[in-house]
Design a binder for this molecule. Structure first.
Ligand code: BG6
Ligand code: MG
Length: 219
């Protein structure tokens, strides 16, 4: 029996994953680095600095800590400019209704996002009240696939057992983090990009909520 549902934010509740991609793409184009959608999938769920390092490794480049900080600040500036015009059209279709249905069953809800911009996105879309606990990049010392983020969610929900939690994730790193925490995991998005998720949805309507709560399986 599941008592707690934990949601990632970018790519699960809102299509801000697209804006992270565009932010990195602008930086990479300006610097003449190779960067494409395939590489971008590896950045899903991981911290800002780790994302930069993955891009640099892919390009065979090395920079000082100071230079890397300047690059991540630049990318964050581009990302935040895109957030200025975020609105309801950016919400993942059906996600908010799904979270509301979950809450109507007396199931606990938490948000677990690696992003240090998560609170801003929640407030801009006025969806922060949907989550009883919120863990963001500001709370973390280790990035996904480390389970720290979801362990902290469970702790903030009052210490629920991992086996009673299901995590919704669009990132391979996030699926790995959920499984490492001993939680159930549902992939959101393209099944080909989530080979380690044994359950993947593209539409929240694919989920039979009663079955999920009772068994941890989506149908
Ligand atoms: C995750 C995104 O949610 O947050 C990653 O999937 C991003 O792409 C990470 O790098 C950190 O985000 P931010 O907003 O702190 O740079
Ligand atoms: Mg995500």
């Amino acid at each position: 029996m599941l008592t707690s549902f934990i949601f990632d934010l970018d790519g699960v509740i809102v299509f801000t994953d697209r804006y992270h991609y565009l932010g990195w793409k602008q930086l990479a184009d300006e610097e003449g680095w190779r960067f494409d959608e395939t590489l971008n999938h590896q950045l899903r769920g991981v911290s800002r600095m780790r994302s930069l390092e993955i891009i640099l490794e892919h390009n065979g480049l090395r920079f000082s800590e100071e230079e890397k900080k300047a690059f991540t600040d630049r990318k964050n500036g581009y990302y935040q400019s895109l957030l200025d015009s975020i609105g309801p059209d950016d919400l993942y279709p059906g996600a908010i209704d799904f979270v509301k249905q979950v809450r109507a069953r007396d199931v606990r809800t938490a948000l677990g996002s690696s992003s240090r911009n998560a609170q801003r996105v929640l407030e801009a879309l006025q969806i922060d009240a949907l989550f009883e606990a919120v863990v963001t990049g500001h709370d973390l010392t280790r990035t996904k696939p480390d389970p720290q983020i979801f362990q902290l969610c469970a702790e903030r929900l009052g210490g629920v057992a991992p086996a009673e939690c299901v995590v919704f994730e669009d990132a391979e790193s996030g699926i790995a983090a959920a499984l490492a925490a001993g939680m159930h995991a549902v992939g959101v998005g393209d099944a080909e990009q989530l080979p380690n998720a044994d359950q993947v949805i593209t539409d929240y309507a694919e989920i039979d909520l009663d079955t999920l709560i009772a068994t941890g399986r989506i149908r």
